[in-house]
Design a protein. Sequence first.
Length: 225
Amino acid sequence: MEQAVNGMSQKLNVLRAGVLGANDGIVSTAGIVIGVAGATTNTMTLVISGLAGLVAGALSMGGGEYVSVSTQKDTEKAAVELEKAELRDDYEGEVNELAKIYEKNGLSEELARKVAVELMNKDALKAHAAAELGVNPGDFVNPWHAAFSSMISFTIGAILPFLCIALIPGSMRVLFTVIAVLFALGLTGYISAKLGGAPAWPAILRNVLVGALTMTITYTVGHLI
């Protein structure tokens, strides 16, 4: 049951991260194309700027996620190697250490000691890695999965403002893009709030206000230039 709950929690976290990545794609790309639209009405210029923003943003998100998760993976592997050395050099001390962890979690001293001994007899490294580090020695985080997931979610979000600015006729272009972007941001705010079990309206309002402020500032800058 606990594994099922943890598995569901991880899936929700991945989904929520995807929604937030799409949200970044919407805001970033909308800010670029609306800013450029403030300076020019040339469709080709808008298309090129939107496409450049989409590609650069997706690669930046993917690269940043790869570096971040790679660092996390290296840290986890180093911690596991340290646990291996401690188990080799002071096995009995590690039994006591694990028992103390279970005592702090509410078990009696006798039961905590029994659980620690039985778990370490089965797989000492896994028992310590799970209790102390919260990791599975055979299942480290994958930086490539995180990078591609981030790139894809950003791209999905960025497509909306890009298509709006590229396909809508000149006089309606900016207004239609702004409306579509604000609606999409409201939707991503609602979804992320529901996935996190938080009230929906504050998340929706934050998303919409941030998006509106971003587009207002970038359009003003583009228009002044």
